[in-house]
Design a binder for this molecule. Structure first.
Ligand code: DQA
Length: 143
């Protein structure tokens, strides 16, 4: 099984950005954690990060026919991007939305998720372990 993990803007700044909200784990160590967990459960994983909406749309489109599942944390684009929602709908690949923080307990503008409307499962506020839970969910581990 092949899973694409997509991270949106500013997630490359994990460990530096707002540590009280997002923790002190660096982006590189989160990627390592996802890769070693995926290897442990026999999943082939690719991790992608971009600060640019169109690049994320291109990446989702390029997943068509190449991946069995998408784990996506669109970061700030979660709350604004119909283009990412439409891209996820276009490829019809099973998708899981992840947010490190509990967006529902934060500002009102973070309560809407466009991308989430194309996702079958949502893992919100479980910290960076949420990525592992999302990979496990798509792989059917622990069912
Ligand atoms: C986030 C929550 C978003 O509201 C925010 O813009 C992010 C990160 C999260 O993982 O908690 O950049 O997606």
């Amino acid at each position: 099984m092949k899973i694409l993990v997509i991270n949106g803007p500013n997630l490359n700044m994990l460990g530096i950005r707002e540590p009280d909200i997002y923790g002190r784990e660096t982006y590189a160590s989160v990627c390592d954690k996802i890769k070693s967990y995926a290897a442990q459960i026999g999943v082939d994983v690719e991790i992608y990060q971009s600060n640019h909406e169109g690049d994320i749309v291109d990446k989702i489109q390029s997943a068509y026919g190449n991946f069995d599942g998408i784990v996506i944390n669109p970061a700030a684009y979660t709350h604004t991007s119909v283009a990412i929602l439409d891209a996820l709908k276009s490829v019809s690949i099973r998708a899981v939305e992840v947010h490190i923080s509990d967006v529902n307990e934060r500002e009102q503008f973070r309560h809407i998720s466009y991308a989430g409307m194309a996702c079958e499962h949502h893992i919100i506020g479980h910290g960076t372990d949420g990525y592992l839970e999302a990979v496990a969910y798509l792989a059917g581990v622990g069912e």
